[in-house]
Write a protein of this length. Structure first.
Length: 68
């Protein structure tokens, strides 16, 4: 496998790990909501899982910066 391919696989693993962590947070916290100016909006699990994937990719980026 080429180095570029290994990087893609590793980045995908970090994203999947972050998404799994986000799913865990969503399952633990349960129904969340956001209230602004007298209105409230429910936050489902999907945006929390997506945010987890973003955090996972950020962790991968930091790893690449510090450890190459």
């Amino acid at each position: 496998m080429s180095k570029s391919n290994n990087d893609k696989v590793e980045a995908a693993a970090y994203a999947a790990g972050g998404a799994a962590a986000g799913a865990g947070v969503a399952a633990t916290v349960g129904g969340m909501g956001l209230a602004i100016g007298g209105t409230a909006v429910a936050i489902t699990a999907a945006p929390v899982v997506a945010a987890g994937a973003v955090v996972g990719l950020a962790a991968y980026g930091l790893k690449k910066v510090f450890f190459g």
